[in-house]
Ligand binder design. Structure first.
Ligand code: PMP
Length: 306
């Protein structure tokens, strides 16, 4: 099958190269845009691509768009259908990453949210592993702080806010770390640059609550559900102190790109014994099985492109 890339752009599916905006576009100049990111997993046995939790991803995207006072004529269902149509036309027979982006589309000068025209675009690219997964990542605690709900809401996946993630990621990478954890203005651990964080203490799974300047991650939600229902773990949503990352038994990151990524060291200190712990290993395997359609009970999360 020929694999041409397409994009949903200004209300229709077009060849990728035709999906272009002006340099004066509001969303590009002021960061007044919001995006999503979901994965499509290729199932070689069924010869089909399955998108993981698209309705939940689009629900969150539409919530981000509301924060930016956008009024898009779409529902999670209509956007899922467009994505299926797009992927069918692309014909990928491998794992993909799907990027929807809604943006203030006017080409004009003037920072605001109101009296502007909104658009949404969607495209997909082939995508494999994002970061280290086997050996465990080495993370640092960033000297940058997480954006606050009263600055730019972290709960919205707002394009402009990713300048914060980019500052954090580049300083961490240039210092030789794989990733960074960032503290909020209260000094609590919020999340990574594009992933949520979990620690294990005394066998209890702990993650910051949604009101502590985090993105409400779909992978986070998935892992919480799997931990409770399949592993019978106690999950507590509470603030995490910086030094808890030094004394916890296990630490891992979750995200669409990162999936379940084990963290082996925080600022040169080993997490637990420095190897993947049993809870992280179980959750990672279970998550992989679920997204690859191997756990019947959760197959409603996998939406086939057909
Ligand atoms: N936090 C941030 C800042 C992110 O950008 C992402 C990636 N979307 C996540 C967490 C993880 O969210 P999800 O599991 O929905 O991909």
């Amino acid at each position: 099958m020929e694999q041409t890339q397409h994009a949903y752009f200004e209300g229709k599916i077009v060849p990728f190269g035709e999906a272009k905006v002006s340099v004066a576009t509001h969303g590009l100049n002021y960061g007044t845009a919001a995006f999503g990111g979901m994965r499509g997993y290729w199932n070689a046995e069924q010869k089909k691509l399955f998108v993981f939790r698209p309705y939940d991803h689009f629900k969150r995207l539409l919530q981000s768009s509301r924060i930016l006072a956008m009024d898009l004529p779409h529902t999670p269902e209509s956007l899922t259908q467009i994505t299926k149509d797009l992927l069918k036309l692309d014909g990928w027979q491998q794992d993909v990453y799907i990027r929807p982006l809604c943006y203030k589309a006017d080409a004009l000068i003037g920072v605001r949210l109101h009296d502007l025209h909104d658009e949404i675009t969607i495209f997909a690219v082939p995508f494999g592993a994002y970061g280290k997964n086997e050996d465990g990542a080495h993370v640092t605690i960033s000297s940058w702080r997480r954006i606050d709900d009263n600055v730019i809401p972290a709960r919205g996946k707002i394009s402009g806010a990713y300048a914060n993630s980019a500052l954090i990621k580049t300083d961490a990478a240039r210092s030789g770390f794989d990733e960074a954890l960032v503290l909020d203005n209260q000094g609590h651990v919020s999340e990574g640059t594009a992933m949520n964080v979990f620690i294990v203490r005394d066998g209890v799974l702990i993650t910051p609550p949604v009101y502590e300047n985090i993105l409400e991650g779909i992978t986070r939600r998935t892992v919480i559900e799997l931990a409770k229902n399949e592993l019978g773990l106690t999950v507590v949503e509470r603030s995490i102190d910086r030094t808890e990352t030094f004394v916890c038994e296990e630490l891992f990151l979750t995200g669409t790109a990162a999936q379940v990524t084990v963290v082996a060291k925080v600022d040169h200190r080993p997490v637990g014994d420095g190897k993947m712990g049993p809870i992280t290993a179980k959750l990672r395997d279970l998550f992989n099985d679920v997204v690859h359609g191997k756990v019947e009970k959760y197959n409603h999360w996998n939406v086939a492109v057909e």
